[in-house]
Write a protein of this length. Structure first.
Length: 175
């Protein structure tokens, strides 16, 4: 198998991982908790900026085409353009930031933690702005629905993604 074919297969594998993790949900009133950011962070760290971003785009394109890959087995353009759609689009920035940082600055545990925190911040910023436009809520109200309840859980997801990325790197599983 040549390198490009191997990269495309990994891209498809991680798009499927994001889709699967999107279905592990704890419902909340406005924005549900799920494991998608864990998968997106892991994708960026393992696949890098080019293929990590491609995997997220494959996930999004599948969802837009109607495949039920978004939270709660939703699919189609309406799911993407709803109040949580900004977070889905924010996954692109997250994977890109994590991938760029880990390839250019380094993939040590502290570097991966910082890159994933920055990626999550970009996703939060894009998703919260989108949420504010669609709901008409102010910044503080939007932050209480869209960011504050998720910070501790996302720190745990970052720790898990870093741990798994380093384990995969040590074992050279996806090389």
């Amino acid at each position: 198998m040549n390198d490009k074919t191997r990269a495309m297969a990994r891209c498809a594998l991680f798009a499927a991982l994001i889709a699967a993790c999107s279905q592990l949900v704890i419902p909340l009133p406005m924005i549900p908790i799920n494991l998608a950011l864990f998968a997106v962070n892991l994708t960026g760290a393992v696949l890098g900026p080019r293929w990590g971003t491609a995997a997220v785009l494959v996930y999004i394109m599948l969802g837009v085409c109607g495949v039920p890959v978004f939270v709660g087995f939703q699919g189609g353009p309406a799911a993407l353009f709803g109040k949580t759609g900004g977070y889905i689009l924010g996954y692109v920035f997250d994977a890109l930031i994590v991938g760029l940082w880990s390839r250019r600055v380094g993939s040590s545990v502290p570097h991966l933690c910082v890159s994933m925190a920055l990626g999550d911040a970009a996703c939060y910023a894009f998703g919260t702005a989108w949420f504010m436009v669609l709901t008409g809520m102010g910044l503080w109200a939007s932050l209480t629905y869209c960011v504050f309840p998720f910070l501790i859980g996302d720190a745990v997801k970052i720790a898990l993604a870093v741990t798994l990325a380093k384990a995969l790197e040590r074992r050279r599983v996806l090389v």
